[in-house]
Design a protein around this ligand. Structure first.
Ligand code: GDP
Length: 395
């Protein structure tokens, strides 16, 4: 069987088993390495070639996408990762790093259940780190931390082994102070990040390596070893021993929730209908046999398929030909195509069950933030608001 066909089979099999899915975003201040990290994760999972990964294609280049002549939605990619002998599907939603795109970050946060917060080890947290972290917590999206550019600490700032660990420890403390200040309830519920437990990874997206405490135990590579590899400019060897995608994806699978685990807590934060109603209960457990409850978080134009509405399916299953209500529209819309992501490609499938990120065509009345449902009169999802947006009151 060809490589692509095999991948299609793996993705479609995992799609139907929400326990094996992680919907995540990577959030960062601009230039802290979000694109480099995303590309490397994809290459590491075998979803794009390693040669392409270094050229930062998939998360931000339109021209290359067109040249390749396939449907690439740069905002959404998926990858299959094996953890403790089981395969998982990780859906990664792109989030803009620039402060002007705060609204887009919010949209992306609505679709995911977990976030990898990327921080430059030298610069530390920056204003946009705070904004995206606040947004994640508000949307009930759990964070883990990736401290990037550790190579710069060693090779540019010339810190020694001990100083490196002290600096990293201070960064982690600072992130926890932010989490505590922004949402004490979540902090107390165990959402702080903790290196010893494994919710923090350190590394270099540029040089393709990363380490966490669980990864140290797995590989036998210590902090001093990391330091020595960087000092001796042998990061290639380090990347072989501690590949970036393994450290980060292991952390994502182990610590970020599946849709089944996440939706229990998330539904109350993003939907104000009756939790005890049929649809309320169906969304809490991501019931694929229930009514459709789909929230549109992004709309893109596809030269062949037209408008594509991407979003998160909280309950029910989406399929071709289905008639659905779109919030605010008087008539039902007919779904033309439904698709999921495979690597950077959109893959058309017959049906998509709850818990997934879905791409749908035919929703002519859809807008970003729209609720799409088979249940007439369903209370729509809370409208998407950016955390730092001023509240406008109308007299
Ligand atoms: P984004 O704006 O967050 O997407 O950041 P990019 O991924 O585009 O990275 C910004 C710059 O930092 C680029 O020049 C990268 O090559 C560089 N960079 C990314 N990761 C690392 C790293 O681990 N070490 C070093 N030294 N540079 C990095």
């Amino acid at each position: 069987m060809g490589r692509r066909k095999k991948m299609v089979e793996r993705v479609t099999a995992l799609m139907s088993d929400p326990v094996m899915i992680r919907n995540i975003g990577i959030v960062a201040h601009i230039d802290h390495g979000k694109t480099t990290l995303s590309d490397n994760l994809l290459a590491g999972a075998g979803m794009i070639s390693k040669e392409l990964a270094g050229r930062q294609l998939f998360m931000d280049s339109d021209a290359e996408e067109q040249e390749r002549g396939i449907t690439i939605d740069s905002a959404n990619v998926s990858m299959v990762h094996e953890y403790e002998d089981k395969e998982y599907l990780i859906n990664l939603i792109d989030t803009p790093g620039h402060v002007d795109f705060g609204g887009d970050v919010t949209r992306a946060m609505r679709a995911v259940d977990g976030a990898v917060v990327v921080i430059d080890a030298v610069e530390g947290t920056m204003p946009q780190t705070e904004t995206v972290l606040r947004q994640a917590l508000k949307e009930h999206v759990r964070p883990v931390l990736f401290i990037n550019k550790v190579d710069r600490l060693i090779n540019e700032l010339q810190v020694d082994d001990q100083e490196m660990q002290i600096r990293l420890g201070k960064l982690i403390d600072h992130v926890n102070k932010l989490i505590k200040g922004m949402n004490e309830e979540r902090y107390n519920a165990g959402w702080k990040v903790n290196a010893a437990e494994g919710t923090v990874a350190f590394g270099s997206a540029l040089y393709n390596w990363a380490i966490s405490v669980p990864m140290m135990k797995k590989t036998g590579v210590s902090f001093s070893d990391v330091f020595n590899y960087c000092r001796e400019e042998d990061m290639k060897a380090l990347a072989e021993k501690c590949p970036l995608h393994e450290a980060v994806n292991d952390m994502v699978i182990r610590f970020l929730p599946s849709p089944i685990d996440a939706q229990k807590g998330r539904v109350g934060a993003i939907w104000h209908g009756d939790r005890e109603s049929g649809i309320g209960k169906q969304m809490s457990v991501a019931d694929a046999t229930g009514d459709v409850a789909f929230m549109v978080t992004d709309i893109t134009m596809d030269p062949h398929a037209g408008e594509v509405s991407t979003g998160r399916l909280f309950s029910g299953s989406l399929s071709r030909g289905m008639e659905v209500y779109v919030s605010g529209a008087s008539k039902t819309n007919r779904i033309q195509q439904v698709g999921v992501f495979m690597g950077p490609e959109r893959l058309e499938v017959d049906a998509i069950p709850a818990g997934n990120i879905a791409a749908v065509t035919g929703l002519r009345d859809a807008f970003v933030g729209a609720t799409v449902t088979t249940l007439e009169g369903m209370e729509p999802f809370e409208s998407i608001k950016h955390a730092s947006e001023p509240v406008v009151t109308v007299a």
